[in-house]
Design a protein. Structure first.
Length: 94
């Protein structure tokens, strides 16, 4: 799967005994029992009926707010702001 897709599908990894946490998933440990659940599914997204221009404006605004909040938190705790860019969408938006 890794060579075909460039990533592992589902929760599989190269090591059978090790599983990965998927996007939108979280783990819960209760009474020595580990379980997983999802807080987000792509199939739960509502159809956007806004115009393309409005959608781009909203995305730009949300992205700027996210970056602002990240750096405000760094300032609050006197951290040095360091951001890595993956070469993906985050790199193209900056």
């Amino acid at each position: 799967m890794l060579l075909t897709n460039g990533f592992m599908l589902d929760n599989t990894t190269l090591i059978d005994e090790i599983k990965q946490i998927r996007a939108g998933e979280y783990l819960c440990l209760s009474k020595n029992r580990l379980s997983s659940d999802f807080y987000f599914h792509l199939n739960n997204i509502e159809l956007n009926k806004d115009s393309r221009k409005e959608t781009i404006h909203q995305l730009d605004d949300l992205f700027k707010k996210a970056v602002h909040y990240e750096y405000k938190l760094d300032e609050k705790y006197n951290f040095t702001g360091v951001t890595t860019l993956s070469g993906g969408l985050d790199s193209r938006m900056t």
